[in-house]
Design a protein around this ligand. Structure first.
Ligand code: PAP
Length: 331
């Protein structure tokens, strides 16, 4: 595993020294940033957010170079909170007049490919700049690492988070599949996650930034939970369509178009497509191959009980209570 040579190996995430106010992404700045090995990949702390070291330059560029447009829709998610699902639903809703169920792109392509991710591999900023409006984009970045104009120019954000214990277990499984070596020690990964040290973490800062933004701009920021989609997908699909400015008409309702969107984007439908069973995408210049099947594991609420002890569960619950106290955000 690649190891970072610079910075404070075990720096505490609760007292992060952000060395300069400059937004430049020069090498000497990077050398001063705290680093940690992480449980699967080296992490580096940039402006209070732990980012995967090999992606740092891409993400540092976003604040300076990504140009949000007022009619953009940004799907923002903490990792493993249902990004693939939200991309599929939003794409299906906004493109529903262009395709039939028989020729739909979701039958041939993974949803992650249909909605580009800002600053990530496969979501290059130049390519994103060339896209026609209105753009449907995605990001795992916290609000604090997006250009400030996303909060002022009227662009809309759909944020999706998930019960943290389930999000952690989902990540641990995914990373185990990616590393392909010895199984990742669950206790060590759990300790780091609880310290906020996970990609795009601390998770509580990520959730709270978008939560507070949704309270301040309720018409422009829609805050969703994975569990809400699981329990009542039809209701979420209707809300999402209205929020995106394309509500379902009475005529569409009578034809069952909303139900069809839910079905097309369901775990069962997507995970059984050939592309999602056998396909994948290369990353890191071919060094990593992400099998699309790794994005469809179980899709259940509460799977953490099958992997974590009651004590671990209680520890996260206490942390969540403490971090979200007074915010109105609950799990
Ligand atoms: P990412 O962070 O790499 O983008 P993301 O799509 O956010 O991944 O999360 C993957 C999780 O969403 C998986 O959860 P699990 O490990 O607990 O099973 C995956 O199964 C779940 N998921 C993906 N697509 C769907 C879907 N259509 N319906 C429900 N859950 C889904």
């Amino acid at each position: 595993m690649e190891k970072m040579q610079h910075g404070n190996e075990k720096s505490c995430p609760t007292s992060p020294p952000v060395p300069r106010s400059s937004q430049s992404y020069t090498e000497d700045l990077v050398e001063t940033l705290p680093t940690r090995e992480g449980w699967s990949t080296p992490l580096i702390l940039y402006k209070n957010c732990w980012l995967r070291s090999h992606m740092l330059n891409n993400f540092m560029r976003v604040q300076d170079n990504f140009k949000p447009r007022s009619n953009d829709v940004i799907l923002a998610t903490h990792p493993k909170c249902g990004t693939t699902w939200l991309k599929a639903l939003s794409f299906a809703i906004t493109n529903r007049s262009r395709y039939t169920s028989a020729d739909h792109p979701l039958l041939k392509q993974n949803p992650q490919r249909l909605v580009p991710t800002i600053g990530a591999q496969g979501g290059d900023l130049d390519d994103i700049e060339r896209l026609p409006s209105p753009r449907l984009l995605a990001t795992h970045l916290p609000l604090s690492l997006l250009p400030p104009t996303v909060s002022t120019n009227g662009c809309r954000i759909v944020y999706l988070c998930r019960e943290p214990k389930d999000a952690f277990i989902s990540r641990w499984h995914f990373d185990n599949r990616m590393t392909k070596g010895d199984p990742i020690n669950l206790d060590e990964a759990f300790t780091m996650f609880s310290e906020g040290c996970s990609p795009f973490g601390p998770f509580w800062d990520h959730y709270l930034q978008y939560w507070n933004e949704s309270l301040e701009r309720p018409h422009e920021v829609l805050f969703l939970k994975y569990e809400d989609i699981v329990f009542d997908p039809l209701k979420v699909v209707r809300n999402l369509a209205s929020f995106l400015g394309v509500p379902f008409t009475d005529e569409e309702e009578s034809r069952g178009v909303e139900e069809e969107v839910v079905r097309l984007c369901s775990f069962e439908a997507l995970s059984s497509q050939g592309v999602n069973q056998k396909g994948g995408v290369e990353r890191a210049g071919g060094k990593i191959f992400i099998e699309y099947s790794s994005l469809f594991r179980k899709g259940k609420v509460g799977d953490w009980v099958n992997h974590m002890s009651t004590e671990m569960g209680e520890k996260i619950d206490l942390l969540v209570e403490e971090k979200f106290k007074g915010s109105g955000l609950k799990f």
